[in-house]
Design a protein around this ligand. Sequence first.
Ligand code: SAH
Length: 360
Amino acid sequence: MDKIDIKNISKDELRNELVRLGEKPYRAGQIFRWLYKSGVNSFEEMTDLGKGLRDKLKERFHITKLILADSKHSLIDGTVKYLFKLEDVNTIESVFLPEDNRVTLCLSSQVGCKFGCSFCASAPFGFIRDLKTSEILDEALSIRRHNPSSAITNIVFMGIGEPLDNYDNVMKSIRIMNDADAMKIGARKITISTCGLIPGMKRLAGEKLQVELSVSLHSADDKVRSALVPINKRYPLKELMAACKEYTKKTKRIITFEYILLKDMNSSKEDARKLSALLKGLMCKVNLIMYNQVSPVRNYSASTGTDAKGYKAPEAAQAKEFIGMLKRSGVNVMLRKSKGEDIDAGCGQLRISAMRPARG
Ligand code: SAH
């Protein structure tokens, strides 16, 4: 029989396995503490378990870990971007974002992505597979191992992939991160970011866990949003906003809308007016993000200032005007500080350089 990947199972499933092995269920808590608090990579290191139990565990389970393939350290703000190799040949990215009073990890949920957002660095490479629960947890555990003096306070699923398209594995990893015997990260400190998958949002609204929801909006106009976020053709703004309203009503929690500012696409005065009209009456806040150029050096066009995708961020003055208009109409809005600009910290960019053979 194949060994079970022990970080792929919930605490309840582990309890059941232990009972099957003739052990006491409370051992699950002890094992969880070794795996997720101490972060050990072998059963040998679980020194308060008797040798008999350790041998049984070794027979029944295995402990996975990720292999560090590359990392880039920002000299500006301490951001570190990691490229990890999975047990197959695939690679994923995760980012460590230290700030004054918090440490956020930005995790990937899938190898690649199906949704093809036009501005996203990962989109051209398509979808390969979902990440397993253990692989998601291993992203956090590996980063913690590389930064032992920083206590992780926040998790955002804003790396590669669409978390609501890998719903079960993502939720299972969140429950383990949240567990007091594991990483003990408050559910409210964990954010799921979606391109707007309505069925997943409905499911999430029914969960007991109070995780934060971000919706990547990027435009208040169906035509523009469909060009930027193609899933908008399937779940257009009217339906998306109805689902958001239903979510806030059911959970009594606000939604954060992510909005990348793209010059000549979505950041005019008219766009600001449309956005505030769309959000009227909804319990929400807006995070504006200056577009992060995809591989700026390789693809930068000196004549237009745009990257390979033909996009660039608006000038600071235009962004200021956009924010000002939203604020004046009562929208709770902030401009998210861009992190790790010197290391291409935009999602998917490290993986691109690893996947593209260097031209010589
Ligand atoms: N699929 C999910 C999570 C991945 S994207 C989603 O769509 O929300 C996570 C965030 O990074 C999103 O808000 C996305 O819009 C933003 N993002 C992606 N590429 C970017 C770029 N080139 N510049 C700035 N933000 C980007």
